[in-house]
Design a binder for this molecule. Structure first.
Ligand code: GUN
Length: 289
Protein backbone atom coordinates (compact mmCIF):
# COMPACT_ATOMS: atom_id res chain seq x y z
CA UNK A 1 0.00 0.00 0.00
CA UNK A 2 1.17 3.51 -0.72
CA UNK A 3 -0.33 6.08 1.60
CA UNK A 4 -2.46 8.98 0.54
CA UNK A 5 -0.59 12.15 1.50
CA UNK A 6 -2.69 14.51 3.61
CA UNK A 7 -1.76 17.97 2.32
CA UNK A 8 -1.81 20.30 5.33
CA UNK A 9 -0.59 23.24 3.31
CA UNK A 10 -3.56 23.05 0.94
CA UNK A 11 -6.07 22.51 3.76
CA UNK A 12 -4.62 25.44 5.73
CA UNK A 13 -4.87 27.66 2.66
CA UNK A 14 -8.55 26.75 2.31
CA UNK A 15 -9.19 27.56 5.98
CA UNK A 16 -7.44 30.92 5.64
CA UNK A 17 -9.48 31.73 2.53
CA UNK A 18 -12.73 30.93 4.36
CA UNK A 19 -11.61 32.99 7.34
CA UNK A 20 -10.90 36.09 5.29
CA UNK A 21 -14.59 36.74 4.60
CA UNK A 22 -15.54 36.13 8.24
CA UNK A 23 -12.76 38.45 9.43
CA UNK A 24 -13.91 41.32 7.21
CA UNK A 25 -17.53 40.79 8.29
CA UNK A 26 -16.32 41.00 11.89
CA UNK A 27 -14.45 44.24 11.20
CA UNK A 28 -17.51 45.78 9.61
CA UNK A 29 -19.69 44.97 12.61
CA UNK A 30 -17.20 45.64 15.40
CA UNK A 31 -15.52 48.68 13.86
CA UNK A 32 -12.10 47.12 14.36
CA UNK A 33 -10.33 44.01 13.06
CA UNK A 34 -9.68 41.01 15.31
CA UNK A 35 -6.34 41.57 17.07
CA UNK A 36 -3.69 39.14 18.30
CA UNK A 37 -1.05 40.21 20.82
CA UNK A 38 2.14 38.22 20.27
CA UNK A 39 4.92 38.00 22.87
CA UNK A 40 8.31 36.65 21.81
CA UNK A 41 11.10 36.47 24.38
CA UNK A 42 14.76 36.14 23.40
CA UNK A 43 16.44 34.97 20.22
CA UNK A 44 15.50 31.32 19.70
CA UNK A 45 15.66 31.03 15.88
CA UNK A 46 12.91 28.38 15.60
CA UNK A 47 10.51 30.45 17.74
CA UNK A 48 11.30 33.54 15.66
CA UNK A 49 10.37 31.65 12.46
CA UNK A 50 7.12 30.29 13.97
CA UNK A 51 6.12 33.74 15.21
CA UNK A 52 6.92 35.36 11.87
CA UNK A 53 4.75 32.77 10.09
CA UNK A 54 1.89 33.38 12.50
CA UNK A 55 2.09 37.17 12.11
CA UNK A 56 2.31 37.01 8.32
CA UNK A 57 -0.74 34.76 8.21
CA UNK A 58 -2.63 37.21 10.46
CA UNK A 59 -1.82 40.07 8.13
CA UNK A 60 -2.92 38.14 5.03
CA UNK A 61 -6.22 37.23 6.68
CA UNK A 62 -7.01 40.74 7.93
CA UNK A 63 -6.21 40.05 11.60
CA UNK A 64 -4.06 42.72 13.22
CA UNK A 65 -1.03 41.46 15.15
CA UNK A 66 0.69 43.43 17.91
CA UNK A 67 4.26 42.22 18.16
CA UNK A 68 6.09 42.46 21.49
CA UNK A 69 9.75 41.43 21.20
CA UNK A 70 11.41 41.19 24.59
CA UNK A 71 15.07 40.62 25.48
CA UNK A 72 16.33 37.24 26.68
CA UNK A 73 16.85 38.65 30.23
CA UNK A 74 13.37 40.16 30.64
CA UNK A 75 11.93 39.75 34.14
CA UNK A 76 8.88 37.73 35.14
CA UNK A 77 7.34 40.95 36.46
CA UNK A 78 7.80 42.79 33.18
CA UNK A 79 6.02 39.97 31.36
CA UNK A 80 3.21 39.98 33.91
CA UNK A 81 2.71 43.70 33.35
CA UNK A 82 2.66 43.27 29.58
CA UNK A 83 0.07 40.49 29.86
CA UNK A 84 -2.08 42.70 32.15
CA UNK A 85 -1.89 45.47 29.58
CA UNK A 86 -2.90 43.14 26.72
CA UNK A 87 -5.74 41.70 28.84
CA UNK A 88 -7.13 45.25 29.16
CA UNK A 89 -6.54 46.33 25.56
CA UNK A 90 -9.83 46.41 23.56
CA UNK A 91 -7.89 46.10 20.28
CA UNK A 92 -6.47 42.73 21.42
CA UNK A 93 -8.79 39.70 21.31
CA UNK A 94 -6.18 36.96 21.57
CA UNK A 95 -2.81 36.69 23.33
CA UNK A 96 0.01 34.38 22.31
CA UNK A 97 3.03 33.87 24.54
CA UNK A 98 5.45 31.90 22.37
CA UNK A 99 7.00 28.92 24.18
CA UNK A 100 9.53 27.80 25.25
CA UNK A 101 10.66 30.67 27.47
CA UNK A 102 14.25 31.18 28.71
CA UNK A 103 15.07 29.09 31.81
CA UNK A 104 14.82 31.90 34.40
CA UNK A 105 11.13 32.47 33.57
CA UNK A 106 8.22 30.42 34.89
CA UNK A 107 5.69 29.85 32.09
CA UNK A 108 2.82 28.43 34.17
CA UNK A 109 1.96 31.57 36.22
CA UNK A 110 2.21 33.63 33.02
CA UNK A 111 -0.27 31.37 31.25
CA UNK A 112 -2.54 31.69 34.29
CA UNK A 113 -2.32 35.46 34.00
CA UNK A 114 -3.59 35.55 30.40
CA UNK A 115 -7.33 36.17 30.53
CA UNK A 116 -9.09 32.86 29.70
CA UNK A 117 -11.27 34.89 27.29
CA UNK A 118 -8.17 35.92 25.29
CA UNK A 119 -6.29 32.63 25.52
CA UNK A 120 -5.95 31.95 21.77
CA UNK A 121 -3.56 29.05 22.48
CA UNK A 122 -5.97 27.32 24.86
CA UNK A 123 -3.24 26.79 27.48
CA UNK A 124 -4.98 28.45 30.46
CA UNK A 125 -6.09 25.85 33.05
CA UNK A 126 -9.69 27.09 32.71
CA UNK A 127 -9.63 26.25 29.00
CA UNK A 128 -7.78 22.98 29.63
CA UNK A 129 -10.59 22.10 32.08
CA UNK A 130 -13.32 23.15 29.64
CA UNK A 131 -11.86 20.72 27.11
CA UNK A 132 -11.55 17.94 29.71
CA UNK A 133 -15.25 18.23 30.68
CA UNK A 134 -16.32 18.18 27.03
CA UNK A 135 -17.26 21.89 26.85
CA UNK A 136 -14.37 23.26 24.80
CA UNK A 137 -13.92 27.03 24.43
CA UNK A 138 -10.34 27.74 23.33
CA UNK A 139 -8.61 24.52 22.25
CA UNK A 140 -4.84 24.33 21.50
CA UNK A 141 -4.10 24.96 17.82
CA UNK A 142 -1.92 21.98 16.86
CA UNK A 143 -4.38 19.38 18.24
CA UNK A 144 -7.22 21.15 16.40
CA UNK A 145 -5.13 20.98 13.24
CA UNK A 146 -4.55 17.22 13.66
CA UNK A 147 -8.26 16.46 14.02
CA UNK A 148 -9.15 18.73 11.11
CA UNK A 149 -6.69 16.85 8.86
CA UNK A 150 -8.09 13.47 9.89
CA UNK A 151 -11.65 14.66 9.30
CA UNK A 152 -10.91 16.31 5.97
CA UNK A 153 -9.24 13.09 4.76
CA UNK A 154 -12.37 11.18 5.81
CA UNK A 155 -10.59 8.98 8.38
CA UNK A 156 -13.19 7.34 10.66
CA UNK A 157 -12.51 8.16 14.31
CA UNK A 158 -15.51 6.67 16.09
CA UNK A 159 -14.42 3.36 17.59
CA UNK A 160 -10.93 3.69 16.09
CA UNK A 161 -7.87 2.69 18.11
CA UNK A 162 -5.86 5.92 18.38
CA UNK A 163 -2.33 6.02 19.77
CA UNK A 164 -0.84 9.37 20.75
CA UNK A 165 2.92 9.28 21.20
CA UNK A 166 3.90 12.16 23.51
CA UNK A 167 2.19 13.58 26.60
CA UNK A 168 2.90 17.31 26.38
CA UNK A 169 0.37 19.91 27.51
CA UNK A 170 0.61 21.58 24.09
CA UNK A 171 -0.09 18.55 21.88
CA UNK A 172 -0.24 15.05 23.42
CA UNK A 173 -2.78 15.56 26.21
CA UNK A 174 -5.18 17.88 24.35
CA UNK A 175 -5.14 15.82 21.12
CA UNK A 176 -5.98 12.75 23.23
CA UNK A 177 -8.99 14.65 24.67
CA UNK A 178 -10.17 15.60 21.18
CA UNK A 179 -9.83 12.02 19.91
CA UNK A 180 -11.78 10.80 22.94
CA UNK A 181 -14.53 13.32 22.16
CA UNK A 182 -14.64 11.90 18.61
CA UNK A 183 -15.32 8.43 20.01
CA UNK A 184 -11.86 6.93 19.54
CA UNK A 185 -10.28 4.52 22.04
CA UNK A 186 -7.19 6.44 23.04
CA UNK A 187 -3.81 5.29 24.33
CA UNK A 188 -1.19 7.85 25.31
CA UNK A 189 2.37 6.55 25.01
CA UNK A 190 5.48 8.31 26.32
CA UNK A 191 9.14 7.82 27.17
CA UNK A 192 8.37 5.23 29.88
CA UNK A 193 5.97 3.17 27.74
CA UNK A 194 6.87 -0.49 27.36
CA UNK A 195 6.58 -1.96 23.88
CA UNK A 196 5.91 1.27 21.99
CA UNK A 197 6.17 -0.66 18.71
CA UNK A 198 3.37 -2.99 19.85
CA UNK A 199 1.05 -0.08 20.73
CA UNK A 200 1.75 1.72 17.45
CA UNK A 201 1.27 -1.54 15.54
CA UNK A 202 -2.32 -1.88 16.85
CA UNK A 203 -3.30 1.73 16.05
CA UNK A 204 -5.74 2.76 13.34
CA UNK A 205 -4.68 6.36 13.99
CA UNK A 206 -1.19 7.41 15.13
CA UNK A 207 -0.40 10.93 16.35
CA UNK A 208 3.38 11.34 16.70
CA UNK A 209 4.32 14.27 18.94
CA UNK A 210 7.60 13.47 20.65
CA UNK A 211 10.12 15.78 18.98
CA UNK A 212 12.63 13.02 18.15
CA UNK A 213 13.63 12.59 14.51
CA UNK A 214 12.09 9.50 12.87
CA UNK A 215 11.72 7.61 16.15
CA UNK A 216 8.47 5.99 14.97
CA UNK A 217 9.73 3.34 12.58
CA UNK A 218 7.88 2.78 9.32
CA UNK A 219 7.59 -1.00 9.84
CA UNK A 220 5.68 -0.47 13.14
CA UNK A 221 2.70 1.05 11.29
CA UNK A 222 -0.44 -1.07 10.91
CA UNK A 223 -1.32 -1.44 7.21
CA UNK A 224 -3.93 1.18 6.27
CA UNK A 225 -3.48 3.31 9.41
CA UNK A 226 -3.67 7.12 9.40
CA UNK A 227 -0.43 8.74 10.57
CA UNK A 228 -0.29 12.38 11.71
CA UNK A 229 3.28 13.58 12.27
CA UNK A 230 3.52 16.63 14.52
CA UNK A 231 7.34 16.57 14.77
CA UNK A 232 9.51 19.25 13.21
CA UNK A 233 13.14 18.21 13.74
CA UNK A 234 16.10 19.93 12.14
CA UNK A 235 19.01 17.57 11.40
CA UNK A 236 22.70 18.56 11.38
CA UNK A 237 22.65 18.79 7.58
CA UNK A 238 19.88 21.42 7.83
CA UNK A 239 17.09 19.15 6.54
CA UNK A 240 13.80 18.89 8.42
CA UNK A 241 12.21 15.56 9.30
CA UNK A 242 9.24 14.51 11.41
CA UNK A 243 8.92 12.06 14.28
CA UNK A 244 7.96 9.30 11.82
CA UNK A 245 10.21 7.50 9.36
CA UNK A 246 8.21 8.91 6.46
CA UNK A 247 9.32 6.86 3.43
CA UNK A 248 8.94 3.48 5.13
CA UNK A 249 5.70 4.46 6.90
CA UNK A 250 4.20 5.61 3.57
CA UNK A 251 4.58 2.05 2.27
CA UNK A 252 2.21 0.75 4.95
CA UNK A 253 -0.06 3.62 6.03
CA UNK A 254 -3.39 4.47 4.40
CA UNK A 255 -2.89 8.19 5.07
CA UNK A 256 0.12 10.19 6.20
CA UNK A 257 1.06 13.84 6.72
CA UNK A 258 4.38 15.08 5.31
CA UNK A 259 6.94 17.19 7.21
CA UNK A 260 7.06 20.00 6.32
CA UNK A 261 3.65 20.77 4.81
CA UNK A 262 1.48 18.67 7.12
CA UNK A 263 0.53 19.77 10.63
CA UNK A 264 2.73 22.92 10.73
CA UNK A 265 0.58 25.14 8.47
CA UNK A 266 -2.54 23.87 10.28
CA UNK A 267 -1.30 25.18 13.64
CA UNK A 268 -1.14 28.65 12.13
CA UNK A 269 -4.56 28.37 10.47
CA UNK A 270 -6.17 27.22 13.73
CA UNK A 271 -4.57 30.11 15.63
CA UNK A 272 -6.26 32.52 13.21
CA UNK A 273 -9.57 30.70 13.65
CA UNK A 274 -9.21 30.81 17.45
CA UNK A 275 -8.42 34.53 17.35
CA UNK A 276 -11.50 35.30 15.26
CA UNK A 277 -13.73 33.13 17.43
CA UNK A 278 -12.36 34.79 20.59
CA UNK A 279 -13.00 38.20 19.05
CA UNK A 280 -16.57 37.21 18.18
CA UNK A 281 -17.19 36.06 21.77
CA UNK A 282 -15.75 39.28 23.24
CA UNK A 283 -17.64 41.63 20.92
CA UNK A 284 -20.90 39.70 21.25
CA UNK A 285 -20.63 39.98 25.01
CA UNK A 286 -20.15 43.76 24.69
CA UNK A 287 -23.19 44.03 22.40
CA UNK A 288 -25.28 42.23 25.03
CA UNK A 289 -24.07 44.57 27.80
N1 GUN B 1 5.64 26.61 20.97
C1 GUN B 1 5.46 25.51 20.20
N2 GUN B 1 4.18 25.41 19.79
C2 GUN B 1 3.53 26.46 20.33
C3 GUN B 1 2.18 26.89 20.26
O1 GUN B 1 1.29 26.28 19.64
N3 GUN B 1 1.90 28.03 20.96
C4 GUN B 1 2.84 28.71 21.68
N4 GUN B 1 2.46 29.80 22.33
N5 GUN B 1 4.09 28.32 21.76
C5 GUN B 1 4.43 27.21 21.08
Amino acid sequence: MTAQIIDGKARAKQIRKDLKGRVSAFEERAGRPPGLGVILVGNDPASAVYVRNKERACEKTGIRSFHHQLPEDVTQQHLEELIDQLNQDPEVHGILLQLPLPGHLDAQPLMLRISPSKDADGFHPVNVGQLAVGKPVFVPCTPLGCIDLLRSAGVPLQGANAVVVGRSNIVGKPVAQLLLAEGATVTICHSKTQDLAGHVGRADVVIAAVGRPEMIRGDWIKPGAAVIDVGINRLDDGSIVGDVEFAAASERAGYITPVPGGVGPMTVAKLLENTLEGALRIEQYKLQD
